[in-house]
Design a protein around this ligand. Structure first.
Ligand code: GLP
Length: 239
């Protein structure tokens, strides 16, 4: 399903409704979260709804999609730092129930443990995704096998350059990341993908109606039984 809105604020409101519906029905739901600039409006909306007591994450558990390899959680470009500052500190979630993969130490072991933790939590009820300009989801770059669990990934130059704006210099962008795999994402009961702006239009079109092959990781979502794309008109312009 595709929901096309005219402003980023409307997108945030529509997507936030999904959390209200889910958490009303299942207060201890497991939510999968994403980083990037696209979710920021949604996260502000979730914080507003929490402040107004229209939404509570008090019993929820969260798992983030990915993390840079080599950055500790107090590095201001780590995804743990991003989540703490842009969402968790402004909602009533128990910080002990917010999980972000660790990009430090033995990455293969961290990845395996992350999959186990998701399984123990009962699986992800609602997975949020942004979209890379090359169609990546999480950090699953083109070529990632469809049956991949959480794993280490070498970032493409395209992705490193797209994310370089957040770092002091492009050389500081990590070369590797740990990410939920495509299988992990596909196992979520429901998926929402949000995309804003013309620079996502090509990836959106290929994801929604392109062939399902490894060159556009998000295209596999066509096989998911419950996925919704929330798009602005620019992101939807090539559909
Ligand atoms: C990073 C993240 C992705 C995110 C993408 C798009 O690569 N790993 O999960 O979807 O950025 O980011 P933005 O929303 O800033 O365009």
């Amino acid at each position: 399903m595709k929901i096309i809105v005219d402003t980023p604020e409307a997108l945030a409101r529509f997507a936030a409704e999904r959390y209200v519906t889910l958490l009303n029905k299942k207060p201890d739901a497991v939510i999968g979260l994403a980083t990037g600039s696209t979710p920021l409006g949604l996260y502000r909306e979730l914080q507003r709804l929490c402040a107004e007591k229209k939404l509570s994450f008090a019993k929820a558990t969260s798992f983030n999609l990915d993390e840079y390899v080599g950055l500790s959680g107090d590095h201001d470009q780590s995804y743990r730092y991003f989540m703490d500052h842009n969402l968790f500190q402004g909602i009533d979630i128990d910080p002990k129930k917010t999980f972000v993969p660790s990009g430090l130490g033995d990455i293969a072991k961290n990845a395996e443990e992350y999959e186990d933790m998701i399984g123990l939590a009962g699986g992800i009820d609602l997975q949020l995704l942004g979209l890379g300009q090359n169609g990546h989801i999480g950090f699953n770059e083109p070529g990632t096998p469809l049956n991949s669990p959480t794993h280490e990934i070498e970032l493409t130059e395209n992705t490193r350059m797209a994310n370089a704006r957040f770092f002091a210099s492009p050389d500081e962008v990590p070369t590797h990341a740990i990410s939920m795999g495509i299988r992990t994402v596909m196992n979520a009961k429901s998926v929402i993908l949000i995309a804003l702006g013309e620079n996502k239009a090509d990836a959106v079109a290929k994801s929604v109606k392109g062939p399902i092959d490894l060159s556009v990781p998000a295209a596999v979502l066509q096989l998911h039984p419950d996925v919704t794309f929330y798009l602005d008109e620019a992101a939807a312009s090539r559909l």
